[in-house]
Design a protein around this ligand. Structure first.
Ligand code: ZN
Ligand code: ZN
Ligand code: ZN
Length: 154
């Protein structure tokens, strides 16, 4: 991994880092965006726009449309505040909004719990292989399906 101050945040520190990152992008940290980020960060596993819309609707006592949540999630992905977990067709909060990596996700088939690892040596190998095959600007999507430690112990 390139040498930099790589920090993983959680809880309040993650919300602060996410807010700082988004406002540095010139975007506003609106109440709605904050609510969506809170819900996403608290989910514990990949969540769809519908999951988030339901959770935010419940918390606020009013109906929030999945479409508006989807647009916010899209903004979050572009601003590095969230990542899409392709094989789960859902999103997770990005624990490192300050730096960009080809995040690798390990997804448990039993409980849906998702572990996130960053290993740029692994992903740069994939990038190189893609370039050799004539692909420009490859964006590796590396996801591993299996059984997490918790489920294995059960
Ligand atoms: Zn980093
Ligand atoms: Zn990552
Ligand atoms: Zn599991």
């Amino acid at each position: 991994m390139a040498r930099h101050d790589h920090q993983l945040h959680e809880g309040e520190a993650l919300k602060t880092a996410a807010r700082e990152r988004l406002t540095r992008e010139g975007e506003q940290w609106t109440d709605m965006r904050a609510a969506v980020f809170d819900s996403l960060a608290g989910f514990g596993k990949p969540a769809s726009a519908y999951d988030i819309a339901e959770a935010v609707s419940k918390a606020q006592g009013r109906r929030v449309a999945a479409n508006s949540v989807y647009r916010i999630l899209d903004l979050f992905v572009n601003a590095n505040l969230a990542r899409r977990v392709e094989s789960a067709n859902a999103y997770v909060a990005n624990a490192h909004p300050e730096c960009l990596h080809d995040c690798i996700f390990l997804i448990c088939d039993q409980c849906g719990q998702t572990v996130h690892i960053d290993d740029d040596t692994l992903t740069s190998g994939v990038r190189e292989a893609a370039k050799s095959a004539g692909f420009t600007a490859p964006r590796p999507v590396i996801e591993v399906r299996g059984t997490c430690g918790d489920c294995e112990d059960r």
